[in-house]
Design a protein around this ligand. Sequence first.
Ligand code: PEP
Length: 252
Amino acid sequence: MRKKIVAGNWKMNTLPAEGVALAQEVVAKRGEVCECVNFIVCPPFTHLAQVAEALKGSTVELGAQNCAAEAKGAYTGEVAASMIAALGCKYVILGHSERRQYYGETSETLNKKMEQAYANGLTPIYCVGENLEEREAGNHFAVCKAQIEEVVFNLTEEQFKNLVIAYEPVWAIGTGKTATAEQAQEIHAYIREVLASKFGAAAQECPILYGGSCKPSNAAEIFAKEDVDGGLIGGAALKAEDFIAIGKGFMA
Ligand code: PEP
């Protein structure tokens, strides 16, 4: 049985007090959904510590949205994986399309970030996905395959056991356009096949999340697909009610 996960990527939203209030609301509503669904919130770095405090005693877990490629030292403005781990993070989102697109993150950088994450006991949520042009040209399979081969294939078998993948078509992120459940299943199954070509049976255990305008109204249909193990949620994660309602998609 693969882990079912609903992870909220808050991006650059919420001030500390707002983030704490949102986390408290998620904690308060979490009981409405089966314990078999794992909820993760990923606030900005600035209030990880306060949100960690708000999550204490609950089963809602904490993640960060990024980490540095280096362990420590003269890297002004960067935040090390050891720092976010010390604040209570269990997860770190890596390779989000916004980081690839706006901050020039390459596979080379991401390999280093993955190493840092594992060295500090964090589970990476590694994002892959094609843009609209690539989808329209029918290149989405090749793009996802390359993003996996160039980074995930460098992991050891042990590391791979502690990995979450998020498939996020760039054309669906924050656009209100969602991949159909069939499109999601098709590429999730393909991603699992690519993972199996390197890691064998362990690929069956790797959670693959869908991300891209996932909301309460479409979560159940997408999560019902065999190879979809949950969602990485942006906009809808900023409202506790919607975030939790997405988790209920597993119970529909
Ligand atoms: C995301 O950026 O990870 C995401 C899925 O965003 P949204 O849900 O807002 O499309």
